[in-house]
Design a binder for this molecule. Structure first.
Ligand SMILES: Cc1ncc(C[n+]2csc(CCOP(=O)(O)OP(=O)(O)O)c2C)c(N)n1
Ligand SMILES: [Mg+2]
Length: 285
């Protein structure tokens, strides 16, 4: 990857991470851990790999994104705002009555949101259908499906994966956010997952395991997915819940965080200040 592109992606990731913290701090609560774990993946998508036009979000000739773990809406909204789909100020209306940014994504409300999600598992079938529809229309556009590791407890996911592999939907790129934790504990303690890589291989996928905060590696993996013909690809993103902010990574229960105490409020403010300083420094060069 070119040095300039690499720098731009790091700045974009800092902006998205900063926006997530700022919008949830403003709201007073929200799904922080599982939003932060996707910052780098979303940055590579919106900063480099995705084909989209923020001025024409419904353009037929666009890639589709389905965030099946819909509770991570804040990372998607931040990526969309930073990519020009709507003003950053709108981020502060998260969850307000009448907002275009409901707690979980709604394709009828938010420019750039291709599928309504929130009921875990269902986005996998929606993405399978979208990818099949694009294939039937002989479109070259990709469908990016993002699934949570805890979400994989939903049997529906495995039916959708079987469909995607059976129909050789090589333009459907599945990303599993393997952040090791779900709502109320460690994924391995709740329903031992065995190996995602082995399971997805057995289901017929081309599988790439990648560090979820390494944007060069993520970018290379997506390039490899695009070069793989006749077989869909699954990226297993080795991430950390709360990624990029040590205080929230270490927090025992960081799925939904309340900003109702000084420690949490100050940690968010400190992280925002550090990210702002980094962004200002990089942009002044
Ligand atoms: C069908 C369904 N059951 C339960 C929930 C409540 N819920 C929201 S997030 C979540 C945990 C998801 O864990 P994971 O997929 O690992 O998400 P992440 O760690 O990325 O936040 C649960 C159980 C839901 N949204 N949908
Ligand atoms: Mg998880």
């Amino acid at each position: 990857m070119e040095q300039e592109t690499n720098k731009q992606l790091h700045v974009l990731a800092a902006k998205i991470r900063r926006d997530i913290l700022a919008m949830l701090l403003h709201r007073g609560y929200g799904h922080l851990g599982g939003s932060l774990s996707l910052v780098e993946y979303m940055s590579v998508l919106y900063g480099k790999q995705l084909h989209y036009d923020p001025k024409d979000p419904q353009k037929e000739d666009r890639d589709r994104v389905v965030l099946s773990k819909g509770h991570a809406g804040p990372v998607w909204y931040s990526a969309l705002a930073e990519s020009g789909f709507f003003d950053r100020d709108v981020l502060y209306t998260l969850n307000d009555g009448g907002t275009i940014l409901p707690s979980h994504p709604d394709r009828l409300k938010t420019p750039g949101v291709d599928m309504t999600t929130g009921s875990l598992g269902q986005g996998t079938s929606s993405a399978a259908g979208i990818a099949m529809g694009l294939k039937m229309r002989c479109s070259d556009r990709y469908t990016y499906l993002i699934v949570g590791d805890g979400e994989l407890n939903e049997g529906q996911c495995w039916e959708a994966f079987q469909f995607i592999a059976n129909y050789k939907l090589d333009h459907c790129i599945v990303a599993i956010d393997d952040n090791k934790r779900q709502l109320d504990g460690y994924t391995k303690d709740i329903m031992y997952p065995f190996s995602y890589a082995d399971k997805m291989k057995a289901f017929g996928f081309n599988v790439i395991v990648v560090k979820g905060d390494d944007m060069e590696a993520i970018d290379a993996a997506i390039d490899q997915a695009k070069a793989t013909v006749g077989q869909p690809t699954c990226l297993v993103l080795d991430t950390v819940k709360g990624q990029g902010v040590p205080y929230f990574e270490e927090m025992r229960s960081n799925h939904s965080v309340k900003f109702n105490n000084d420690a949490n409020i100050n940690a968010a403010k400190e992280a925002i200040a550090q990210l702002d300083a980094y962004i200002a420094k990089e942009e002044s060069k």
